[in-house]
Design a protein around this ligand. Sequence first.
Ligand code: KIV
Ligand code: ZN
Length: 390
Amino acid sequence: MAHSRVIIFDTTLRDGEQSPGCSMNLEEKLRMARGLDRLGVDIIEAGFPIASEGDFEAVRSISKELRRPIIAGLARATRPDIERDWEALAEAARPRIHTFLATSDIHLEYKLKITREEALAQAREAVAFAKSLCDDVEFSPEDATRTDLDFLCAVVEAVIEAGATTVNIPDTVGYTTPREFTQIISTIHERVRGIERAVISVHCHNDLGLAVANSIAAIEAGARQVECTINGIGERAGNASLEEIVCALKVRADVMPYETAINTEELYPSSQLLTEITGAAVQPNKAIVGRNAFAHEAGIHQDGVIKNRLTYEIMTPQSVGVPDSRLVLGKHSGRHALGRRCEELGYEFSRRELDLVYRRFIALADEIKTVEDHHLTGIIREEMQKASAA
Ligand code: KIV
Ligand code: ZN
């Protein structure tokens, strides 16, 4: 069976950064963007340029440095937003203007105070203006899943006519369900004239814990781009988790004939990098990247895994870049265990270098119970910076 390609649009640096406690400075955003590039995401949404100088600079710097992925900048459906976005994207090799306007009655009436007709005209004009600057234009009808479906189809048709090449259907408030979302995407697919000229994208929030399930339902109904974040960070309960979507498609390729360009061995390193930068820890039982995702506690499970890992594991830890070690690093751990974990994380040290890392590690282990991989990579990075500055 031929596998259809699903485009991975990462919004860790835009929607993800909107999570409380996850803001990043320019240098941190650049480090994260490089990690996303190694991971192989197709598109990096680098920020919302009109929102702040910091966001503008992040979109500008990431555009300048990363030449492979498409770099998207977010803009409301107004000329000043779109102009500022385009300015930030000026040096991108592959720029995308992503513009949005709410379309649900509740947003139109209470937030924007405009009619449906006015919203339709504004969306069309904004996309036409963006298209006059940039070939690659994405439009999002915000709160699409609470928008009247006939009106949603009319908006999608109008923005494609105006030049949008991607139409993103956001479940802004994490309200939809897999079956309902399937119907919404199928209706757009069947009913909108010109839909074959655009990629259907989805952007699901996780307020009911359904973001990944809804994204996958949408793919099965014809969406070919998913918007997601590392560790599922994002506004409120977060966005669909990139690592969960990618692994679900990979592990269950037998029933879902879709593929992505993600280098799955970079999933855990990307998750750790984000945790190290933001300090926002991942819940231990988080799928794929949580501390317990490959840990086995019950005797029966341990016995099974020792005999054959497939008894209780549906993918190998190595396939997602998780070090194959159950050693817990704490203040009683020795240099040997530390050195082994460093090697598993991709660092090989001389005895002297390992001593330096070990001293810092023991000091930290005295303060906290368990030293996690992201703590260790933070120590290693700082020691490497000191060494190169000396
Ligand atoms: O959740 C949302 O609707 C968004 C849009 C800007 C795509 O983040
Ligand atoms: Zn969002």
